[in-house]
Ligand binder design. Structure first.
Ligand code: BMA
Length: 375
């Protein structure tokens, strides 16, 4: 073989081994009975990673900020769209208080409206992800209560029946999400998030790894087998972690997770960059080894005080460490917000950020028909 032939042979071998095609071996959904749309979505999301990162915003369609006040419930409105011209590619929603049979979630979004917003996001071609800050089933306090709880709600525990009631109410909502043909809307469901921290009752100091895994496995199995939900991709999302072992300490197993992620917030730019530089390579290598979809499941800079944070801090990180999506948190009130709105200090920079071809908004994603066509 001459030099050229050797190069070609090497390249062929590399391709056959999947080198450079990290996501080609992506696992199908862990739910063997996943709906066709759910299966196709996951396969397409794996392919899409090489094209770019979808930008996501929590509660994008429900409310936002305008001239120092809140807007709420306006049709076809999103702060991200007012600034960039497009809806986000990913729509995040939150189910806290559905377990209480409440008409509104813990941030006052009516569940009836949320269902419509989810339908709109899906019909527009976007991706839906849902978190759940559920109240403590053991003592009725909030998700932020840190009393020891998990052993009481596991099968055989004194509060198991109560937890199952909570699951039933939550599952009824997830099962009610339907597209125009009556098909179930696929959802990236992200329960028990930030479990490596200790601020929720499912946190690291609040239960053992075995208890956490048992809770996760019971929950996912119950939703699939008892509630017949087959539209869920399950996301495991940590807070801080230092090593692969740390990240996987409470991992419930490859058959219970489709998306791997973590949540990280900026309070100081150099420290945030350092934290992302430490966590992102670990996330990417663990996702690749387990054939899971990597995502930055929450990120943000509360109040966006840095006018060039999007292009100077976030963009370089997302270009260097390609993840499927990066979801920023809600525009909760005029002093607690994570996405820019017209007039906000970082609005012009956000617009530039969304113009980068590697940042995918709904406009870029809609023509791909992620639920019906193979990419
Ligand atoms: C938190 C804050 C809270 C909110 C909760 C659930 O990070 O935004 O105000 O209630 O998320 O959405």
């Amino acid at each position: 073989m001459n030099f050229c032939q050797k190069l070609t042979a090497l390249a062929t071998l590399a391709l056959a081994m999947g080198v450079g095609r990290a996501h080609a071996q992506a696992a199908p959904p862990t739910d063997p009975a996943a709906t066709p749309e759910t299966k196709l979505l996951l396969a397409n999301l794996h392919s899409l990673v090489s094209r770019g990162t979808m930008f996501g915003h929590q509660d994008a369609l429900a409310y936002g900020i305008t001239q120092g006040k809140m807007w709420k419930g306006d049709a076809h409105r999103a702060d991200v769209k007012s600034v960039s011209g497009s809806y986000p590619g990913v729509f995040g929603w939150e189910l806290g208080h559905i377990e209480l049979d409440s008409a509104r979630n813990l941030d006052a979004v009516p569940f009836g409206r949320m269902k419509e917003y989810i339908g709109e996001g899906y019909a527009g071609g976007g991706v839906i992800t849902i978190s759940w800050h559920l109240d403590n089933p053991h003592n009725g306090k909030t998700a932020w209560d840190t009393a020891r709880t998990v052993p009481f709600i596991l099968p055989g525990g004194a509060d198991h029946a109560k937890y199952v009631t909570y699951l039933d109410r939550m599952a009824a909502f997830l099962g009610s999400l339907k597209g125009s043909k009556g098909e179930a809307i696929p959802v990236i469901f992200r329960p028990f998030h930030e479990h490596t921290g200790s601020w929720f009752w499912w946190g690291q100091k609040e239960c053992t790894p075995a208890e956490f895994k048992a809770l996760w496995q019971f929950t996912v199995t119950y939703l699939r087998q008892q509630k017949n939900l087959h539209n869920l991709l399950i996301a495991y999302s940590a807070a801080d972690f230092n090593t692969e072992a740390d990240y996987l300490e409470r991992y419930p197993g490859d058959e219970f997770v489709d998306v791997l992620g973590f949540d990280d917030y900026c309070r100081d730019v150099p420290r945030f960059q350092q934290s992302m530089e430490q966590k992102m390579p670990l996330l990417l290598s663990i996702s690749q080894a387990h054939h899971k979809l990597p995502a930055l499941t929450e990120f943000g800079y509360d109040g966006l005080p840095d006018p060039t944070w999007w292009t100077k801090t976030m963009l370089p990180l997302l270009l260097k460490y390609p993840v499927s999506y990066a979801l920023t948190w809600r525009n909760g009130d005029p002093v607690h917000y994570f996405a820019p709105f017209p007039g906000q200090a970082s609005a012009a920079d956000f617009k530039l950020f969304t113009k980068n071809k590697k940042i995918l908004m709904e406009k870029q994603i809609a023509p791909l028909h992620l639920y019906t066509k193979t990419l």
